[in-house]
Design a protein around this ligand. Structure first.
Ligand SMILES: Cc1ncc(COP(=O)(O)O)c(C=O)c1O
Length: 434
């Protein structure tokens, strides 16, 4: 039974007694309710949400059209297992996603529950379709917390510590990094080096890349790099997988981030924002590739849950009918300008870099701009100070020194400004400590 009027600190004590420490909580408050871009805690305190449930609430918490679609589905049925007794809402969502995905070849889609599950399935499909075992991913990349997804992930601490051994035949190449001077040419050379030293291209099933690294620190893959990967994959019969789990569904101002470079991947993984707050993910891909696994080779009890599919269809309707991409672009320009203004202010020499794509934006904090020495403690202190001041904001980055903004794309410019004001004050608060 729900406890009556528990406080944040009472609940925090129960949490640490009942939940393992491996789940490390970013914001020391307990949610009571949420609406569009705001969250209220159990003590009635209001927060502006710059995290959006980690890039999930792109159309805002509890969008009325998502709520209505979910309610209608609840009144019909919730779960039958799609592979036992199928239902139209899954098929309709697959059709809509097939139509949306870039590229002119016919598409098919499998619907799943979580991002990591989409990654696992993309790897299975790529291996079955090519008959090859190896996968190339990138340093700094993040693909989830199941074993294969962890093997692909290119950041050790905290994700991989203590969990090995991981599945083999996974190789990490260098991801371009403008701020830390890793060029597109160097990244491509690192793949050629893998081909010389570790795995011949004819054994590689797929290259998997986030068009903008999410957990890795919002590093943007330059369009020239994405196009070079497309060429290289075609040359060697390798499949190109775009992991759009964090970048997808408007987060970068386009439906899919790969649209910025104009390439069509063979497979795309999506999750997070497609579900509008419900567990929903998918692999969308070229029909001939998606049909690689044998009949019965794919599936899962809850994959393509009817309630989640209904939410996903409503999210697509909202994206298309409520001008979300145009709002996202406007929001992105507005927030980018404010962050660059902060960076050029002499009080904020700790901001080494401001980067991102559209409204997917972040600031990298450094001890000084000349050495670019990462300042993870400062970033941690900033997010903590922000929570005290009523802003939910989270960090990321291979050095854990990047503060990212993932607000709902439906947030008003006024509320974004209010949140950015809090963020600015929180940086000053944190600096006073160092
Ligand atoms: C790019 C990317 N891939 C995969 C995942 C894993 O998704 P999930 O946490 O839903 O398993 C994430 C989650 O943050 C992600 O950002």
């Amino acid at each position: 039974m729900a406890s009556k009027a528990a406080t944040n600190s009472q609940l925090a004590a129960r949490l640490s007694a009942a939940v393992p420490r491996g789940i490390s909580v970013a914001t020391p408050m307990f949610v009571a309710r949420a609406e569009n871009s705001e969250v209220w805690d159990v003590e009635g305190r209001r927060y502006i949400d710059f995290a959006g449930g980690i890039a999930v609430q792109n159309i805002g918490h509890r969008h009325p059209r998502v709520m209505a679609a979910v309610r209608a589905q609840l009144d019909a049925f919730t779960h039958t297992a799609f592979q036992v007794t199928p239902y139209e809402v899954y098929v309709r969502l697959a059709e809509r996603l097939n139509d949306l995905a870039p590229g002119s070849l016919p598409k098919k889609t499998i619907i799943l529950s979580t991002g990591a599950e989409a990654i696992e399935n993309a790897v299975k499909i790529a291996r079955a379709a090519t008959g090859r075992p190896a996968i190339i991913s990138f340093a700094g990349g993040f693909h989830g917390r199941t074993m294969m997804a962890l093997a692909l992930t290119g950041k050790i601490n905290p994700y991989k510590v203590g969990f090995g051994p991981f599945p083999g035949d996974v190789f990490h190449a260098a991801f371009p990094d403008t701020y830390r001077s890793v060029t597109v040419e160097q990244s491509l050379a690192s793949i050629e080096q893998l081909f010389r030293a570790d795995v011949e291209p004819s054994r590689v099933a797929a290259i998997i890349i986030e068009p903008v690294q999410g957990e890795g620190g919002f590093n943007v893959a330059p369009p020239a790099f994405m196009r070079a990967l497309r060429d290289l994959s075609d040359r060697h019969g390798i499949l190109l997988i775009a992991d759009e789990i964090q970048t997808g569904f408007g987060r970068t101002g386009k439906m899919f981030a790969v649209e910025h470079s104009g390439i069509a991947p063979d497979l795309i993984t999506i999750a997070k924002a497609i579900g509008g707050g419900f567990p929903l993910s998918a692999v969308i891909g070229r029909a001939d590739v998606m049909d690689g696994p044998i009949a019965g080779g794919l599936g899962s009890t809850f994959a393509g849950n009817a309630v989640s599919c209904a939410a996903g269809l409503a999210v697509l309707d909202v994206m298309q009918e409520e001008g979300i991409l145009a709002r996202a672009q406007k929001l992105g320009e507005h927030v980018a300008e404010r962050l660059h203004t902060m960076q050029s202010d002499r009080r904020f020499t700790c901001i080494g870099d401001v980067r991102g794509l559209g409204p997917m934006l972040a600031m990298e904090f450094v001890k000084d701009r000349a050495s670019k020495a990462p300042a993870p403690e400062l970033a941690k202190s900033i997010t903590a100070k922000a929570a005290e001041r009523g802003l939910i904001v989270i960090s990321c980055g291979i050095y854990s020194n990047v503060v990212r903004v993932l607000m709902p794309l439906t947030m008003s410019l006024e509320m974004a400004d209010e949140g950015l004001g809090i963020l600015e004050a929180s940086v000053l608060d944190a600096l006073a400590k160092f």
